[in-house]
Design a protein around this ligand. Structure first.
Ligand SMILES: [Zn+2]
Length: 121
């Protein structure tokens, strides 16, 4: 009988030095990226981004959508702004939030597609 472990590692330890050195330089590009995913690793903030990807909303709108206080919504929005994912603009007595650019929407849309393909079955 084969154990799962046997399917996951090579029978011998032997790496391609040229490939490894090349890839080590390339993966350095990902430095700091986990910060973005930390900001996204929250169901409520994902809802906020999903909503902002479709419409500009004020903090009151968002508090109603996520069923929270304005203070809680504001806390999430501040974090999203600090991470460069969202921006705000003042218009009269209102402050509207919107996504920094289309990349943020793409991250969520691609994750949703992947969920449909592989998580929901
Ligand atoms: Zn408002």
């Amino acid at each position: 009988m084969e154990t799962p472990e046997q399917n996951q590692v090579c029978d011998i330890f032997c790496y391609d030095e040229e490939k490894v050195n090349r890839m080590k330089q390339q993966v350095a590009n990902t430095e700091g990226l986990s910060q973005i995913f930390k900001a996204l690793a929250d169901e409520t903030r994902i809802k906020i981004i999903y909503a902002l990807a479709r419409e500009e909303l004020c903090v009151c709108d968002i508090s109603q959508i996520i069923e929270s206080s304005v203070a809680a919504a504001s806390h999430h929005l501040r974090l999203l702004k600090n991470m460069g994912l969202a921006r705000s603009r003042k218009q009269g007595k209102m402050v509207f939030y919107y996504l920094t650019d289309a990349c943020v929407k793409t991250i969520i849309d691609v994750a949703l597609q992947h969920k449909k393909h592989y998580i929901n079955g």
